[in-house]
Design a protein around this ligand. Structure first.
Ligand SMILES: NC(=O)c1ccc[n+]([C@@H]2O[C@H](COP(=O)([O-])OP(=O)(O)OC[C@H]3O[C@@H](n4cnc5c(N)ncnc54)[C@H](O)[C@@H]3O)[C@@H](O)[C@H]2O)c1
Length: 330
């Protein structure tokens, strides 16, 4: 499917990732972009720079009300399904979180079938793997959830439901879909809902206040941080490709320790404060590991995507944004 001249709808249009997809759709000459969001987590301020564009239409709508999707999908070629509750908000409100992630995605696929939408790109997560024990995590790696905190396990399960609803709608109704399993997304428009990336904001804020950075445990915990612009580009490339019924890792393949993360933020902010090693009690955590290696061979082979933004550059961009008035208001 061509992006140029096409009409697209983004569920969770006020999301961090949805806003970046919108920017890239505009740059790629999409004809119309409908942002559907009920502002349960996102806010009008977060997308105020986008809704003024004549090619962008905001619809206040709820994916739990299927009729609101039916109405908004008029003439839409493709849907980017980004509405969802991350582990943190899902743990705080499990009833609504599970409903949005599962029943909401069911409604999205059903509305797409009914309105003849050709393709859905679903925002899934590497959380689906849980805490795998293999060295290299590719898309065939089995899910290992038994040791996860309940919120993280529910989140992982809800994303597996979304992915398989997509496969079912492909098989039964010919609605094409791709599931993109993002690692820890960070960057401009960063919110405070993502357990791993919020740590970057917290570290930066502490340094700005002149406080020592706080590192949980021994700082050897690792994450694969992927810049949000790379994630948005994966979404557009997945929509443009002829591939369907597949899941892909969208990661960098590089694991960064919290110790290294703090070092980078200190380098950029020109600080050199001695870290304090302390684990806040009762903290909600996603899977924690000291070794993480995601294969991105499949998405490069089938879609041609690979990440372009290094962690150092990405953090620099994120901090620059955080220093703007809008970034500061988050
Ligand atoms: N941020 C990450 O690190 C990350 C990692 C992996 C996967 N994901 C997935 O990517 C997607 C987008 O992530 P994000 O960080 O940009 O999310 P976000 O929290 O910024 O945005 C989610 C959006 O969905 C909206 N929403 C919630 N319920 C809704 C409903 N019933 N109807 C309409 N809109 C609704 C919220 O108001 C919010 O604007 C999510 O599905 C998330 O699970 C994110």
């Amino acid at each position: 499917m061509k992006i140029k001249g096409g009409k697209f709808l983004i569920t969770g249009g006020a999301s961090m990732i949805g806003a970046h997809i919108t920017e890239q759709l505009l740059a790629a000459d999409a004809r119309k972009i409908v942002l559907l969001d009920n502002y349960s987590l996102g806010s009008p301020e977060g997308i105020s720079d986008l809704v003024g564009n004549p090619r962008v239409k905001f619809v206040r709508g709820d994916i739990l009300r299927v009729n609101e999707l039916f109405d908004s999908l008029d003439g839409v070629d493709g849907v980017f399904a980004a509405a969802g509750f991350l582990t943190l908000p899902l743990t705080q409100n499990p009833g609504l979180g599970v409903a949005v992630n599962v029943q909401g995605m069911m409604n999205v696929f059903e509305a797409c079938r009914y309105r003849g939408v050709k393709k859905v790109i679903f925002s899934s997560s590497i959380a689906v793997y849980g805490e795998p024990t293999v060295d290299l995590i590719d898309e065939a790696t089995p899910w290992t959830w038994s040791k996860l905190q309940p919120g993280a396990a529910l989140y992982a399960g809800s994303k597996i439901m979304g992915e398989n609803l997509g496969k079912l709608y492909h098989d039964r109704h010919g609605v094409h879909s791709i599931s993109l399993r993002y690692s820890s997304v960070y960057g401009e428009r960063q919110h405070l809902r993502a357990v791993n990336s919020v740590y970057i904001v917290d570290t930066y804020d502490r340094l700005k206040r002149g406080e020592r950075p706080m590192i949980p445990d021994d700082g050897l915990e690792v994450h694969d941080y992927i810049h949000v612009a790379d994630v948005a580009r994966a979404n557009l490339m997945a929509m443009e490709s002829d591939v369907s019924r597949e899941s892909f890792n969208v990661a960098t393949g590089t694991a960064t320790t919290l110790n290294r993360l703090v070092e980078i933020v200190q380098e950029i902010t020109g600080t050199n404060l001695k870290p304090e090693y302390k684990t806040p009690p009762g903290k909600i955590r996603a899977a924690v590991s000291t070794k993480l290696d995601f294969s991105i061979e499949k998405i490069e082979r089938m879609i041609g995507w690979k990440p372009q933004i290094s962690f150092e550059d990405g953090i620099r961009r994120m901090i620059k944004w955080r220093e703007t008035e809008r970034g500061n208001a988050v």
